[in-house]
Design a protein around this ligand. Structure first.
Ligand code: HEC
Ligand code: HEC
Length: 252
């Protein structure tokens, strides 16, 4: 096995146990209090796994979702609801999220998509393993294999259905690349966008390639944040500057 999963096993089990009990609770909250207010649903349900700022939680392997474009958000919730993503029994995280997505009403999905898009981007901290990454190798791979769809700055492209990769943690990027590569995500017949990634993820042949490419993507956050100046401050949360953080605007 090319990823050393063994040493993480106890944490993974703990994360799954926490996630499973949270998803049961979250599921019931949505059904018992059918709010239409995106901010309210987020703060009562999503917050349990994605955190108060939508920053994600490494223990449960739930990604940062703050500032996800609403078109991508809606596609993914649709995929989770319709059995396109999160169906493989070994994809524990995908199955957890699918349970939540299925409990949502269409008007709640709409409200949440606006609320999440308006949440400030949370810049992820690089994992310690990245100290050893070959960023130059990562850059070359990204520019040759990923940039045409995810754009030079990894901000994503609506026309291609490719989401932003900035804002996402390296452990989440790695996990998704492996899910695409093994067909746990993107293999459903109707998943045209996922199929593009099943193909693109085949470039990942070893642990080093995965590390280099995700480490390079994390470095693009800084350039993106800089390009958003002077508008950025209210819209971006950096890991070192918690003091600057602002709460997300109310959903319309
Ligand atoms: C029980 C924990 C849990 C709860 C509660 C939860 N999520 Fe998730 N969510 C996850 C996990 C874990 C993933 C990662 C799934 C994967 O690895 O494929 C995820 C993934 C997602 C994604 C896909 C992100 C991407 O970049 O593709 C979206 C969107 C999302 N969640 C939105 C929400 C919203 C909105 C709520 C509240 C209604 C919510 N989640 C509640 C655990 C949770
Ligand atoms: C041909 C276009 C294309 C290329 C090339 C491509 N991607 Fe993607 N990527 C997509 C699309 C489309 C999606 C959305 C899939 C979906 O809707 O589930 C995506 C999704 C992803 C995701 C999941 C993000 C999330 O929030 O869950 C990751 C990670 C990713 N791509 C990384 C990469 C990397 C790294 C490369 C280069 C090795 C790459 N992609 C190359 C089109 C592409």
């Amino acid at each position: 096995m090319f990823l050393r999963l063994k040493s993480f096993a106890p944490f993974l089990c703990l994360g799954i146990a926490i996630g499973a009990s949270l998803s049961r609770g979250a599921d019931e909250i949505i059904k018992s209090s059918p709010s239409k207010d995106g901010a309210v649903i987020f703060q009562t349900v999503c917050v349990q796994c994605h955190g108060p700022k939508g920053e994600g939680n490494e223990q449960i392997k739930s990604p940062s979702i703050a500032s996800l474009p609403n078109w991508y958000f809606k596609t993914q919730i649709h995929n989770f609801r319709e059995g396109i993503r999160g169906t493989d029994p070994t994809d524990v995280q995908g199955m957890l999220m699918a349970t939540i997505a299925r409990a949502l009403q269409p008007n709640q999905v709409e409200a949440l998509s606006k609320h999440v898009e308006a949440m400030p981007l949370v810049v992820p901290k690089p994992s310690p393993i990245h100290a050893e990454a070959d960023l130059e190798n990562g850059r070359i791979l990204f520019q040759e294999r990923c940039m045409e769809c995810h754009r030079y700055n990894a901000s994503g492209e609506l026309a291609f259905g490719s989401p932003p990769l900035i804002g996402k943690q390296d452990w989440y990027l790695s996990a998704q690349l492996l899910k695409f590569k093994s067909g746990k995500r993107g293999a459903a017949k109707s998943d045209v966008n996922g199929a593009k990634m099943v193909l693109s993820s085949q470039v990942i042949q070893d642990e080093e390639t995965l590390r280099d490419i995700t480490a390079y993507i994390i470095t693009l956050n800084d350039a993106y944040v800089a390009s958003q100046q002077p508008l950025s401050d209210p819209f971006i949360i950096r890991p070192e500057s918690e003091a600057k953080s602002k709460t997300a605007p109310e959903a319309q």
